[in-house]
Design a protein around this ligand. Sequence first.
Ligand code: COA
Length: 374
Amino acid sequence: MNQVILTGTGLFTPSQSISNDELVASFNAYVEKFNSENAAAIEAGEVEALAPSSVAFIEKASGIKSRYVMDKQGTLDPDIMCPRIPERSNDQPSLLAEMGVTAAKQALAEAQLEADEIDAVLVACSNLQRAYPAISIEIQDLLGINGFAFDMNVACSSATFGIQTGYDMIRSGSAKRVLMLNTEVCSGHLNFRDRDSHFIFGDVATAVILEDAEIARNKQGFEIVDTRLVTKFSNNIRNNFGFLNRTAPETRDEKDKLFIQEGRKVFREVVPMVAQMITDHLADNNLQANGLRRMWLHQANRNMNDFIAKKVLGEEPTDDMQPTVLDEYANTSSAGSIIAFHKHKSDFESGDMGVICSFGAGYSAGSIIVRRAG
Ligand code: COA
């Protein structure tokens, strides 16, 4: 089997950001308007009054302080509360492809590669912009890459599933160099009128390059020691948007055609699932948790990550051990653990080990053990 090394990462961050103060002001303006327009029906008990959101709740419950978005204006307008992103012609690059290309170029530079040296492209994310042609094939074309490309969706866990897919392809010899992208416009699937979840997501794109270690130019990359994936069906995070929605027009615009979740249940069920997965994965590789320098966890909830890291490590994690990016980026679905890795990998020394871990809808979870080469 060929050895696989991760030689480059890239990050596209949108130029616009929304603070919790701005988001809550917009939400509460909507609530005030709704309640005043429906005052008589609320008084008569026919309509339930909406409750306001609060910055203090958001920060305590999730650790999120801001999020990057592709369109701030439409998202914050209490009469719209949705990004406004004009449709492009079929001759123009799609938004997701454009974001992915920016992240890919950074990753290629770190790996010291030209785009035409890549031979497979994977886009692994929660929210694909269209049914087909695949976004990955469009990115392949925009970058001038030969070989093949395909899209895959395992929701928030897509990055680790993408890494394992690329790893398996390189180990078996069906590809030598793989570009794996996580392109997310999560603001497009977020219901900004839902108090329970309006603060959760942000937009971003990340890229990872995996190579056969024998031909890698960047010798300072991260060897993939082992990968593990786990899935277990749950309806607690769900989005019923799909191509059959038009066949039932009476329910086409209901709330479940956007992101919905039972956050408390997800928290309770996913923490033990993920902690066990990482613990078993380390044990099966004869590794001790105290041999880990860092865990780059999926970025959904700060408290959740602290619990997972504490369970795995047996002690309170420091920020250095378990870095957080969700305070600035919020939950960016598939990209979260890769943003954390991208921003917090340069201080690793040869031989240092870490775990990249994602989890989310499905349920789905993945663990990638890496060791700094060089
Ligand atoms: N502002 C103020 N109060 C709010 C609020 C808001 N925006 N949203 C909910 N509340 C209230 C609730 O009404 C509830 O009030 P009550 O106690 O009077 O009934 C209280 O805050 C607690 O709500 P709850 O939904 O139980 O909060 P929580 O502590 O579980 O935090 C999440 C909510 C979503 C932050 C948290 O559950 C979470 O992150 N779960 C994991 C989700 C996850 O990882 N998903 C994966 C997606 S990839």
